[in-house]
Write a protein that binds this ligand. Structure first.
Ligand code: RP5
Length: 166
């Protein structure tokens, strides 16, 4: 029982000091639960095409999270997400976008994690998604983005799984 300065506290209320091993154990548990793959996309309209990535990771038992953020409409959100990704436990980022698909490249500019871009097609696309394909694949030297086929979100998830297992 603690009776400092006349304030009695019942023994059951006194917090047990955590041993160093306990802290490490708790930290390890947090890391196990943290998603390892981040799936991001430029618009809610990309969700139907990007669903396949989440489904593939789900089937493989790989923890992931899904976020909608546009490189052009929410540039600060994208930068913050990419900058904090590694610290949050993410190891691969899958980024899907259509039209002038800057999202994968911008994520790669702010993070050293491997980024897999998924070029998406839509009614406004040029040549069935060639615009997005070139935007994602034609990165400048030093800032690589892996690029799967147009609308090939499932392949992006398979590649992410292989990167995690490499
Ligand atoms: C891109 O523009 C998105 O990734 C999406 O594929 C495309 C159209 O977006 P919405 O106008 O449907 O929001 O940034």
């Amino acid at each position: 029982m603690s009776e400092e300065r006349g304030h009695a506290r019942p023994a059951e209320e006194a917090p047990e000091p955590l041993a160093e091993a306990d802290v490490e154990e708790q930290f390890a548990e947090m890391e196990v639960d943290a998603p390892r793959v981040g799936i991001v996309m430029g618009s809610k309209s990309d969700m139907p095409a990007m669903d396949a990535a989440g489904q593939e990771l789900e089937q493989r038992g790989i923890g992931h999270e899904v976020r909608v953020m546009s490189a052009h409409r929410d540039p600060d959100v994208v930068a913050d997400y990419a900058k904090n990704a590694r610290l949050r436990g993410l190891r691969v980022i899958i980024a899907g976008a259509g039209l002038s698909a800057a999202l994968p490249g911008v994520v790669a500019a702010h993070s050293d994690l491997p980024v897999i871009g998924v070029p998406l097609t839509s009614a406004k696309s040029v040549a069935g998604g060639l615009d997005a394909l070139l935007s994602i694949a034609q990165m400048p030297p030093g800032v690589p983005v892996a690029c799967v086929g147009v609308d090939a979100a499932r392949n992006a998830a398979v590649l992410a799984a292989r990167i995690l297992e490499a």
